[in-house]
Design a protein around this ligand. Structure first.
Ligand SMILES: Nc1ncnc2c1ncn2[C@@H]1O[C@H](COP(=O)(O)OP(=O)(O)O)[C@@H](O)[C@H]1O
Ligand SMILES: [Mg+2]
Length: 268
């Protein structure tokens, strides 16, 4: 069996010529998500497949996971079709505690900012950020800034073929207003052990995602990113079924790589 790297938007690739196409690092899809999903739909054999990518590239999936009992970061959702005034956007922002403004379609912490309600200047920048996204037709999420991210980071749980392989810790990424430069924010990672409650939440999130998608088989690859609530329990920040970095260099490299290769081979 041979494998070769190709670029998703290369017009010269004959996708039907491959027994299987595996999405890996398509980090530039978010500004053209529709084009990306259409591309995925046109690839005859794709993992994770197009319906999974369509569902997962809009963080609106967090709402359905929450409705099915998965703990997620409390979120206020702003839709561009409502044509909210600046004042209306302002009233949606928390009065206490730092908060985050981010687009529902994004990757690599792009267009994601952290703001302080106590500062009029920071509030102004937050409103401007949200309004700019909405004016560009992009739906917006407002969340409390989860302060444990500053001390404990995020825990990323990597699954291959439905089985947990390893966890990695991602340090905090947000210090202030959104940066728009670059493809993704630089991420500082280290190895970490997943706890039993984290494994439970991650497994539940994946089970619900499969139910939502009407899928019996496990995902070829998945990463579940968790943060810690004030009471110490885990909650979901993001479920990555599209183009997750798997952080094999930080934990269980050989094991995970073998498992991924086996899972791909079994699908060919
Ligand atoms: N509510 C939040 N509290 C703390 N940090 C957050 C919050 N939302 C986002 N972040 C930070 O921003 C980064 C990117 O946000 P995330 O929701 O993971 O989107 P994506 O990785 O798809 O860009 C996270 O890794 C985290 O560092
Ligand atoms: Mg993330």
């Amino acid at each position: 069996m041979t494998a070769e790297p190709v670029v998703w938007d290369d017009p010269d690739v004959d996708w039907a010529a491959y027994d299987l196409v595996v999405v890996r690092s398509t980090w530039d899809y978010s500004p053209r998500r529709d084009e990306f999903v259409r591309w995925a739909e046109a690839v005859p054999r794709l993992e994770n497949p197009a319906d999974v990518l369509r569902w997962n590239t809009d963080k609106g999936y967090l709402r359905s996971l929450e409705a099915s009992g998965v703990p997620v970061i409390p979120t206020i959702w702003l839709d561009p079709s409502r044509h909210l005034s600046k004042r209306a956007v302002h009233t949606r922002m928390p009065a206490f505690g730092d908060f985050v403004v981010k687009p529902v379609v994004s990757a690599g912490a792009k267009d994601t900012g952290r703001y302080q309600p106590v500062s009029a200047q920071s509030r102004g920048l937050a409103i401007q950020h949200a309004v700019e996204l909405l004016d560009a037709g992009r739906a917006v999420m407002i969340q409390p800034y989860v302060t444990s991210v500053d001390t404990a980071g995020e825990t990323c749980l990597v699954f291959v073929d439905g089985r947990f392989r390893h966890a990695a810790r991602k340090n905090a990424l947000l210090t202030g207003p959104a940066k728009t430069a670059g493809l993704y924010a630089e991420e500082k990672m280290s190895a970490v052990e997943a706890t039993e409650p984290q494994l439970e939440v991650a497994t539940r999130a994946l089970d619900v995602a499969r139910e939502e998608l009407g899928r019996d088989e496990p995902f070829l690859y998945a990463r579940v990113d968790l943060v810690t609530r004030d009471d110490g329990t885990p909650m979901l920040i993001e479920l990555e079924l599209t183009e997750p970095s798997l952080w094999m260099q930080h934990a269980g490299e050989a094991r995970t790589l073998d498992a991924l290769a086996d899972a791909i081979a079994a699908r060919v």
